[in-house]
Structures are given as C-alpha cells and as structure tokens.
Design a protein around this ligand. Structure first.
Ligand code: HEC
Ligand code: HEC
Length: 384
C-alpha cells in the first residue's frame, strides 16, 4: 500500500497501559483524515451489515481473486475427521467454534452470551486461562519472552467449550451479573452491571486453584493491514512505562514471541497485543479456536493438553496433500491477505453536535494519550 495517514480514533490502540491520573488536553481542529479514517484506503459504503466486508479501496486488481478466496475461507465451516472432503476436515477435537465468521460476525465484533436463554453458549466470546509462574522454569519462560502466560496445567490457555463427538468438551462458560447502583456528582443515578465469569461442568477435573480467567470478546476485522503497517518506532515512541512525562498516564508495549522470526517482537493484535502479526494471530485462531493445524501450529490435535489423552488420540486431518497439516500454506496466505485488506468505512455524522462534544471530551480527558488519533503507515510496508 502507499503511505497512509491513518485516523485511528476509536478503532485501535496498541499500548497496554495503566491509568494513574487525569491529563487535560486541548481539542485540535478537525483533520481531513478524520472523515476518511484510512485515508485513500477508506471506502464509502452503505451502513448495513456488510459495511465491514468490503475490500480496501487500494486493493490491486491482481489481488481481488485471492481476497474473494480468503473471504470464503473465513466463512468455511470445518468438520471433524475423517470426512469425505479432506480440505475441510480436522475440526477440534476441542474447539470454540467451527468457523472464523461465527465469532467475527459480519467481520464485526462479538457479544456477551445471551444469559436470558437457559441453554446459552458463549459463541463470539471466550475465556483465556493462565496461572502465575510456579517455578524457575516458568519464570524463565516468561522472562525470555517465549511465553506470554503459563497455561493452566490441564485445560491450557483457553477454555474450549465445544468438542467433536466422543470427546468431552472442557466445560461451560457461564456468566452472571451483579447490579451496582451508581451516583454522579450532580445527583443523577444509574445502575451498572458487573459481570461474573465462571466455568461449570468441568470435564477434566478441577482447575488449578490459582487459575486466572481473562474474558475476550471477538474484535472487528477492519483496517488491520494498516495497523500492521505502522512502524515499530512510531508506536514505541509513545511508550512511557514510568510516566517520565508526568501526564499521569503510563503505557507499556507488549513484547511477544514471533514464531516465524524466532525472536521477540512488538505485540500488535488481540486485546492485549498478544501476537506480532496478522498471520500469527490467524494461525493461533485456527489452532486454539477451531482446532485446525497449520505449519505454524502443526499438531492435528489442536488445543488438547498432554493430560487430555483421548483427545490427543482422536483422528486428525493432517494430509500430505496439504503441507502435512489441516490448513495448507495456500489457505493461510489467502486468509492473511483477506484480513489485511478489509476496508475501513468513512465516518458519518461527524458534524453532529453530540459527536463534536464527545470528541472534545476525548481530548480533554486525556483519552488521546493512549488512543493515538492518527498514524502514518511505514513507507516500507507492502503494497496494497
Ligand atoms: C471462538 C471465537 C473466535 C473464532 C472462531 C475466531 N476468532 Fe478471531 N478473535 C476472537 C477473539 C476473542 C479475539 C481477541 C483475542 C485476544 O484478545 O487475544 C480475536 C482476535 C482476532 C484477530 C485480531 C484482531 C485485532 O483487532 O487485534 C484476528 C486478525 C482474528 N481474530 C482472526 C481470526 C481468524 C482468521 C479466524 C479463523 C481462522 C478467527 N479469528 C477465529 C474470537 C474468535
Ligand atoms: C492508559 C491508557 C488508556 C487511556 C488513558 C484510555 N484508554 Fe481506552 N483502552 C486502553 C486499552 C489498553 C484498551 C484495550 C484493552 C482492553 O480493553 O483490555 C482500551 C479500550 C478502550 C475501549 C474499547 C475499544 C473497543 O474496541 O471495544 C474504549 C471504547 C475506550 N478504551 C475508550 C476510552 C476513552 C473514552 C478514554 C478516555 C476517557 C480512554 N479509553 C482512555 C487504554 C487507555
């Protein structure tokens, strides 16, 4: 892609941060890029449930077919092995969903489960699991950057609440709310909902007593190739872990393991910037969320831990015709191109008084110290 001035207000942030005070900023004038958040790559489209499914305005003609292929792979429903079509099997044995699209509905964000239904499932949301470091080996894994977390010993890094026939699912994600009354300084009151996440129906024994749950909702898929094209330096210049500029706001970039490069790299994708590239994020989704192997995560048994023996013995869909895995390199590349080029729609209602007022508050409260309003993509980034 050519160099893009990105307006990233409200659609991305890359620094994990802690907030220890309030910073006050002036509201800058509207920039032209605010109307076109992805500059020339922005699309003018109808505001309907397809709004997040268009290719970038800069996608070159020779890549349109690959984009269309990527779209069909994002929708593809995987089935368990063995199956008559080798190219679609290998689901699980444990999984959260059968397709990417079921969680990233219309390429948009997911939602919390509908707890008004007695038999609700968490479809577009999942629970990450971890435990604190238990010994020197764990501490070394964290310090070296090779692991982001220490997995729960039996259940791994994620609760898989679905499974193929004959293998028990790990458990059920349950959610309830506490209602908390809240009073503003001017006397106005409202009720806040505090979510309580838990796991019931554990099928592989109790969880480690120190298990930490981290609920994650599926994020929207637009503009990610542009975010990938921001240089490390442009992100790191805003890092201020010890609040040296005394604005009351500190932020620390995540450093994560880059599996292809075999070294630590700047984390960019996921709520806690847990993956350095779209490719790794996608492959990890195949591995953990759907139980599909790729050359980056080649085990056909997906997220089954060594203790889950039945699960490890289930037939897989790894095939010599597919680079000895379930999703071949060709599948991985098409999906990567698709995710990189999902377009950002133009903003609307930008002059609405409520929008203007909200924008002023955004700067006044210091939100922009972390949610950087704009970036210019790196000249070194690949062409659109
Ligand atoms: C079970 C639901 C689920 C499925 C299935 C799923 N995802 Fe996700 N996806 C998520 C969640 C939740 C996150 C946020 C993860 C985090 O915070 O670490 C996410 C994050 C992502 C991101 C990073 C977005 C960002 O803004 O940083 C990409 C890219 C992505 N998924 C692509 C895919 C692809 C491609 C597939 C299919 C191979 C897929 N996902 C399947 C739930 C899902
Ligand atoms: C100290 C840094 C920091 C400041 C200051 C900050 N945020 Fe955030 N914000 C984050 C991080 C990090 C996330 C994403 C991680 C997460 O949600 O766990 C986030 C997430 C969000 C989200 C969710 C985005 C989505 O796609 O769902 C919204 C909305 C948001 N912030 C709005 C604001 C507003 C409004 C302000 C100012 C009142 C603000 N933030 C101030 C760091 C910050």
């Amino acid at each position: 892609m050519s160099q893009q001035r990105l307006n990233t207000l409200g659609f991305s942030l890359l620094l994990a941060a802690s907030h220890s005070g309030m910073a006050v900023g002036n509201t800058p004038d509207y920039q032209p890029s605010e109307l076109l958040p992805a500059s020339e790559a922005t699309v003018q489209v109808a505001r309907n449930n397809k709004a997040f499914s268009h290719p970038s305005a800069l996608l070159s003609d020779d890549k349109q077919m690959m984009f269309t292929l990527g779209r069909s792979l994002f929708k593809k429903i995987w089935v368990s092995s063995p199956a008559s079509t080798q190219a679609s099997d290998g689901l699980g044995p444990l999984f959260n969903s059968r397709s990417c699209l079921r969680c990233h509905t219309n390429n948009g964000r997911g939602h919390t489960p509908d707890t008004s239904q007695a038999d609700y499932n968490a479809v577009s949301m999942l629970l990450r699991l971890s435990i604190p470091a238990q010994n020197n080996q764990d501490r070394h894994a964290l310090d070296s950057g090779q692991s982001g977390v220490i997995p729960e010993p039996t259940y791994g890094t994620q609760l898989q609440d679905f499974s193929i026939q004959g293998i028990p699912a790990e458990g059920r994600f349950t959610l309830s709310y506490d209602e908390i009354p809240f009073r503003f300084a001017d006397g106005e009151t409202l009720t806040l909902r505090q979510p309580n996440y838990s796991i019931t129906d554990l099928n592989y024994g109790p969880l480690h007593p120190d298990t930490q749950l981290s609920p994650r909702i599926a994020p929207q898929m637009i503009g990610l190739g542009l975010l990938e094209a921001i240089s490390d330096e442009d992100i790191l210049v805003w890092e201020d872990a010890d609040d040296l500029n005394s604005d009351g706001i500190s932020g620390k970039a995540n450093r994560v393991w880059d599996i292809d490069a075999q070294r630590t790299a700047l984390g960019r994708f996921g709520w806690k910037a847990g993956h350095p590239t779209i490719k790794q994020q996608n492959n990890s989704a195949f591995h953990e969320d759907i139980g599909i192997s790729t050359r980056m995560y080649p085990q056909g048994y997906g997220g089954c831990s060594p203790q889950q023996t039945l699960c490890r013995q289930a037939p897989d869909g790894n095939s010599p015709h597919l680079d000895n895995v379930e999703a071949s390199d060709a599948v991985v590349s098409a999906l990567e191109l698709y995710i990189q080029h999902l377009a950002v729609p133009a903003r609307s209602n930008i002059q609405d008084p409520l929008v203007t007022e909200g924008r002023a508050e955004f700067y006044a409260l210091g939100c922009s110290a972390c949610h950087r309003p704009s970036y210019v993509t790196s000249a070194a980034a690949p062409e659109g």
